[in-house]
Write a protein that binds this ligand. Structure first.
Ligand SMILES: Cc1cc2nc3c(=O)[nH]c(=O)nc-3n(C[C@H](O)[C@H](O)[C@H](O)COP(=O)(O)OP(=O)(O)OC[C@H]3O[C@@H](n4cnc5c(N)ncnc54)[C@H](O)[C@@H]3O)c2cc1C
Length: 398
């Protein structure tokens, strides 16, 4: 037992705590699924077939809902997430709700997403004990092409000008509703070629609204070479307001590298995983050093980064339940980290996506891909689950 464990009750590998909210049947299904996911070629084929089948309206929805959906989604609509949210809450973990839709170029779809985001706010204000944050995507409220043009400061066509106006009124409505209900918004980070315009909008709204409380959070992807400098600049610009930051490594390594190569511009992504890890931890420390004026959500499944944050917090005498500090992991992943941190008194919010399976399919496909290689993550999930099943078997036999 480490000194940290002895003095803080912190154990990030304790599967009994990590899976206390999961039944043995659920864990057995999860084990089977994670085992299948390790076959990378199978996953890629499955994702292609799944996308095609959904496009052709073939009846595979039930299969997806009972496999990937059951593991990674909190429900198909808001009300159906409640049992999951209550279960997490009874083990000391609250949530960040995410309506799992992807970018959309259609105004009617963007309007529908806005209405759902507003329903999320209402739902969350009714269940403040269960929901801490709402995650939103700006590409679900305005076409990706608009963000791309704005990011490269290209002129806008009449169509994009009206899309911009429509976005501005949608976002203003959303922020007003969130502030009125006291529910903070966390804006997801997206591809580098659309992010600059998203950054500008969020900074403007942070400046206006993050005075006493922090209502608006941006997301910073530390796999980007330029993001540590961006974070430093953001902190120096924010002299009159507080900054909300969800810190992630970044989800689009291959897509970013491929585009940079095809269009012949320098790869924006760190050259190696180790370089991303160093940048992530440097950003983590910078935010923690400024915790009185930074709302920090440490969004990672990386055990080492979590441990570094915990050590810094404890050594500096910062309260683990400091209102500006939270940890977040995706629902269905890294449970021993989430529940281990929560048990030691840290604020943990599981990122819980919900939505109809056909809409959430790209999210599910990403989770499948992420767990498909022989990466640390997929191996670790499986090891934890097997360990917990073995532990439960030993107990039932004794
Ligand atoms: C709560 C939550 C919210 C999230 N929101 C967003 C979001 O808004 N936007 C977004 O883009 N992602 C988001 N993600 C996903 C996140 O960016 C990572 O893809 C994922 O969490 C895996 O990284 P990790 O820190 O958990 O751990 P690890 O498993 O230690 O790291 C894996 C990550 O390292 C990086 N990496 C891997 N190989 C290389 C390489 N060869 N060179 C350089 N870097 C490499 C990649 O970013 C990869 O995802 C979110 C994740 C969580 C948990």
């Amino acid at each position: 037992m480490s000194i940290l464990h002895a003095t803080t009750n912190l154990d990030l590998d304790d599967t009994a705590t990590g899976y206390a909210y999961r039944s043995t049947e659920e864990l057995k299904s999860a084990r089977l699924l994670f085992q299948l996911l390790r076959y990378g070629a199978l996953v890629r084929m499955g994702n292609n077939i799944g996308a095609l089948a959904l496009r052709l309206k073939l009846p595979i929805e039930g299969v997806l809902r009972n496999t990937l959906g059951r593991l990674f989604l909190g429900g198909t609509d808001l009300e159906s997430t409640l049992p999951t949210l209550r279960r997490l809450s009874s083990h000391g973990v609250s949530v960040m709700l995410d309506y799992a839709v992807e970018a959309s170029s259609h105004a009617s779809q963007q309007e529908a997403t806005l209405e759902e985001y507003l329903r999320m706010i209402e739902f969350s204000s009714k269940h403040r004990d269960l929901v801490s944050f709402i995650a939103i995507k700006l590409t679900a409220l305005a076409p990706p092409l608009l963000w791309e043009k704005l990011s490269s400061q290209a002129p806008l066509s009449p169509f994009l000008l009206s899309a911009k106006e429509a976005f501005e009124s949608r976002f203003a409505r959303l922020v007003t509703a969130a502030i009125r209900s006291g529910v903070p918004l966390m804006v997801d980070a997206e591809e580098s070629w659309i992010q600059s315009a998203i950054d500008r909008v969020i900074e403007e709204y942070m400046e206006r609204n993050n005075k006493d409380s922090i209502f608006i959070y941006t997301t910073i992807q530390m796999y980007r070479r330029d993001r540590l400098d961006y974070l430093k600049a953001l902190l120096s610009r924010a002299s009159t307001y507080k900054v909300g930051v969800k810190l992630v490594r970044g989800a689009y390594v291959e897509k970013e590298r491929k585009r940079a190569k095809e269009r012949n511009y320098p790869d924006p992504i760190q050259p190696t995983k180790a370089a991303t890890d160093i940048a992530y931890d440097a950003a983590l420390m910078l935010c923690l050093e400024n915790i009185e004026r930074v709302g920090l959500c440490i969004a990672t499944h990386n055990r080492t980064s979590c441990m570094k944050a915990v050590q810094y917090v404890l050594m500096q005498g910062i309260s683990p339940s400091h209102p500006h500090l939270s940890f977040s992991q995706l629902y269905g992943m890294a449970d021993p980290l989430s529940f281990g941190l929560a048990r030691a008194g840290f604020r943990v919010v599981k990122y819980v996506p919900y939505g109809p399976v056909e809409k959430a399919f790209p999210y599910l496909a990403r989770r499948a891909e992420e767990n498909s290689s022989l990466s640390d993550q997929s191996g670790r999930e499986l090891r934890w689950i097997k360990e917990e099943l073995a532990r439960r078997k030993r107990i039932s036999q004794s």
